[in-house]
Every structure is written in structure tokens, then in C-alpha cells.
Design a protein around this ligand. Sequence first.
Ligand code: UD1
Ligand code: CA
Length: 464
Amino acid sequence: MNTHVVILAAGKGTRMKSAQAKVLHRIAGQPMIDYVLAAAAALEPRSTTVVVGHQADCLKAALAGFPGLRFVVQEPQLGTAHALLTTESALRGRTGTLVLLSGDVPLLSSKTLQTLVDRHTSTHAAATVVTAVVDAPHGYGRIVRDPAESGEQIARIAEEKDASSAERQIREINSGIYAFSLDGLFDAVRSIAAENAQNEYYLPDLVEIYRRRGLGVETVTVSNPDEIRGINSRIELAAVSRIMRDQKNAELMAAGVTIEDPATAYIDREVVIGADTIVHPGVSLEGRTTIGAGCEIHTGVRIVNSQIGDRVQVFNHCVITDARVADDVNIGPFAHLRNQADVRAHARVGNFVELKKTVLGTGSKAMHLAYLGDAAIGERVNIGAGTITCNYDGVNKNTTVIEDGAFVGSDTQLIAPVTVGKGAYVGSGTTIREDVPAGALAVSAGKQRNIEGWVEDRKKERGG
Ligand code: UD1
Ligand code: CA
């Protein structure tokens, strides 16, 4: 299909009251314009042009990861028709269909876009407008239909600020999403005037111009009006985020995931969760996170860009970022796994344990109050309460190696770089400064002294 996409994103987004460009505000973890780009990409267009203006450089930088995007700068921003005109030279010589999207309408599905293109091409229309019938049309352009044509044909679009009170009663609205035939498009857009309440060049005025010239203008009405919700304010941002999360939750539940309280499950779009996993209330699962089957993620847990295996229990209030957790592991409550923490099968990580760039081997345990950083811990190792890897000497990060089957007693400090050999024992309260050979016992505390009668003696000294 000979399709070109233009996305309008030059507006200031005044109503957001933000220092950040509106289309970069995030919905379920991603800038809202990413969703628009993803929907557009499904059309496999020959080109995609983004019209930027306000904060143009930030936007270009933020979208650098999308291959093949073209940017044109609209400066100053004189309205949506003016914005489209700025793409004229980028699209010179192109034929076929131009699909125009708004960067602030992120719920639009690729299915609706395909319907738009199909309708537009099969009817050979000059323009096709996506519309919706809504209960609260306030703020949107209204679709005025031609009574002479038994209400069939769209006659023009009346912007809220220019509409008569009768027109404001109309509940069919303009989504701001259109397909245009590129043939003669820019000449027609040039003929749009800015004689209206906002002194802006309104792209919707093209409908009336085409109809007067006897050209075909079609409409596609979406069955789910949520799809074309535009975001102009923080309240609308929250409302659209809610819809996005509801959609994600519904998909997951349909695929066999239990979400105890969908209202408080914050699960980003790209997150993958296996069947029979239970998500308790108040959980955040973010970024490129995958969670296996049969897991239980308890209240207050936040997991970001991490891979969790099957049958994993993550107890309350754990924070897991950029980590890997294998099958049959228990984590938490109150554990912190970060920066390449790698917990192998059947391991246990208990409360107030932090792991950073550390492998905790198969079947190993660190159940209470520990910091394990830059450590390679083997299989079936026991890490006692209060164990600390002293990995940082003020200049470098050093590695601690604890080999298979070792037992590290409580309140041990391991001053890296250091190795505890296979099956070795470290007595409680030991400061390990030198390697411990396999099978050895290491103790560093001095012999205990008891001073008999010391308490009574002190009392006497104080004259008691
Ligand atoms: C627009 C439509 C309205 C429709 C609504 C749907 C016009 C005049 N009105 O209104 O009929 O119901 O969308 O959401 O088109 N932009 C530019 N350059 C500009 C002006 C805007 O790039 O000079 C971009 C904005 O960044 C935004 C999009 O165009 O992404 C729509 O502009 P906005 O000001 O939000 O239009 P609405 O008032 O919502
Ligand atoms: Ca808008």
C-alpha cells in the first residue's frame, strides 16, 4: 500500500502546564507518542514524518531510537493546517494516501488505522475522517452532517470555540485523525484561512472546502470512543493511563494471570507474565520485565526490567531492578535486588538483604540483613545474618568469591578481593581479610574475656 504517515507534535501543550513536551509525558512507562508511532508502523508506511516545534530538539533526541523517522520543524505554530503544510517539501512528488495522526492521541489501535486506510482507498475519497460518538464532546471539533443528504454526508467540522450552541449539542466528534489523497492536498490546505475564534489555520476546514468542490469526504466511526481520546491536560493523561492499564490487565487475565485488584496493578505494556501467576494489590511491574508461570507477587513489590522464572514467590515490599531470578526462588519481604543481581534456582533471599552485581548460586540462602555486592556465590552456600561484602575500597569495586557449600556465620565482613573456598566455615563475627582455603574454619575475633563481679564492683565505685 502506498501510504505515508504524518504525526503532528509541534504544539506547546499549554494545558499540561509542563516544562516537558506534551507528547513525551509517559503512559504506562512509555512516552505517549511511542504508542502513536507503534500504531503507525503497523501500516508499514513508505515514510513517517513528525512535525515538531515546541521543544523540537528534546523530541528529536527522545525519538532517535525509531529508525527512519523524518522530522520537520514548524515555527511558529499557527494551527494544524499550517503544521501539515510544513511537510510539503518532505512529501514532494509522493502519491497515494497520507495518514495524519496526532501525537497526543495514544490509544488509537492499528486496526482502526487499517480500517481508515481501507475505507479511504476503496471509496476513492479525497479525505476520510475518523469520528466517534461520545457523551462528553466538550473541547472537540463537532461533525456537522448535511441534512440535504439525509444525514449521511459530512458537511464540515465545527471547532468548539467557533461552534453555535446548536452545533455544540452534536455528540459526534472529530478525532483529528484523517486519511487524505496526496493528489492536490497541499494546494487545498493552502487555501484554508485563519478566520476563526483562535486565528489559527484549522485543518478540519478542509472538509468543507472539499465538499464545496464536490470531492468525496468519508467518515469512519470508531465503536470504542476511548480509542480517540486526546490528551491535553494532566487529568486526561491520568484517564488515558487508566484505560491503557485496564487494557493490559484484561489481556493478562484473559491469558490466565490472576490480578487480585486490577485498580492497583500498574503493569507496563511490554511486561510478560505466565499463567497462574498471582499479582496482589499495589504492585508495579515496569519496563521489559518478564515473569514466569505460577509465581506470586505480593503487595508493595516493584519490579523493573527484570526476568523472573517460574514458581517464584516475591514477598511484600521488594524492589527488583535489572535483575534475574531463576525458577523456584523465594525473595523478601523487603529485599532489594539491583544491577545484575542473579539469583539461581531454589535460592532464598530474605528480609533486608541487598544484592548488587552478585550471583547467588543454586540452593543458596541469604535470609536476613545482608549486603552482597560484586560477589560470586556458589551453590548451597549459607550466608548468615548481617553478612557484608566490603566491596568498595574507596577507589575500586572488588570481588568476593564464596565457593560451593561454604558456610558464612552471622555478622561477617568479607573485605574484597577475597575468596572463601569450597565447604569452608567462617565463624560468626569474623572479619575476612585473607582467602580461606577449602574445608577450613576461619575465625578472627580474639579470645573472649569474662571479668567476674565487674557489675558489683562498678556499683561500689559509684558509692552505691
Ligand atoms: C484538534 C482538532 C479538533 C479535534 C481534536 C481531536 C483542529 C483545529 N482541531 O483540536 O477538531 O476534535 O484535535 O483531538 O485541528 N499541532 C501542531 N502544530 C500546531 C497546532 C497543533 O503540530 O500549530 C499539533 C499538536 O501538538 C497536537 C495536534 O496537532 O498533537 C492537535 O492540536 P491541538 O491543539 O491539541 O488540537 P485540539 O484543540 O485538540
Ligand atoms: Ca489535542
